[in-house]
Write a protein that binds this ligand. Structure first.
Ligand code: GAR
Length: 196
């Protein structure tokens, strides 16, 4: 049975787009994206979902608070009979209570080689700023299961990316996306959804 996937987003949704493309090309075939939930209104990820014909909902996290967001998300997840949740560029930390309802069922993409540059406060461009400040020569991306420990759940897949001496946070973010995130996420998701 093809698994039913919800993708949680908060921004541009390039990782969502990668999954939509992987579905179209057949790379992702054991799972189907049937629901997109954005924690912010007006983000481009919503347009990507609409273009792909995937039902998309905004649950304004700032307005409703985390508890309000999660309560509405739970309703939508049940209505759409979701098997797996992917947090892709989703910038809220889910509560322990929420996470424990979906053991090994929530998959996150993080733009560093965890456990380096992970945890609360490490999101988006900040992760790459921290990597450059620390002077690491390799960084990358990690796909992992979400547990109540932020960025601390079991690792599914990692891909390393070289840091260049002249990198800016923006240049490094772009290279990590191109060489690691967009490659790794569809492969890891197919692996998780495939019958075994
Ligand atoms: C991506 O690099 C993603 O890994 C990161 O936000 C960026 C935006 O993704 N996520 C985190 O930092 C989560 N801690 P997007 O283009 O898919 O919206």
């Amino acid at each position: 049975m093809v698994k039913r996937i919800a993708v949680f987003v908060s921004g541009g949704g390039t990782n969502l787009q990668t999954l939509i493309d992987a579905q179209a090309s057949g790379l992702l075939r054991s799972g189907e994206i049937v629901l997109v939930i954005s924690s912010k209104p007006g983000v481009f990820a919503l347009e990507r979902a609409e273009r792909a014909g995937i039902p998309a909902f905004v649950i304004p996290r700032q307005q409703l608070g985390l508890a309000g967001f999660e309560a509405r998300a739970l309703e939508l997840l049940a209505e759409h009979q979701i098997d797996y949740i992917v947090t892709a560029g989703f910038l809220s930390i889910l509560s322990a209570d929420f996470v424990q309802r979906f053991p090994n069922r929530i998959i996150n993409i993080h733009p560093a080689l965890l456990p380096a540059f992970g945890g609360a406060g490490f999101y988006g461009l900040r992760v790459h700023e921290a990597a450059l400040e620390r002077g690491v020569k390799l960084t990358g991306a990690t796909v992992h299961f979400v547990t109540e420990e932020c960025d601390g759940g079991p690792i599914i897949a990692q891909q390393a990316v070289e840091v260049r001496p002249d990198d800016t946070p923006e240049a490094l973010q772009r290279r990590v996306m191109e060489q690691a995130e967009w490659v790794l996420l569809p492969l890891a998701l197919e692996q998780v959804c495939a019958p075994h």
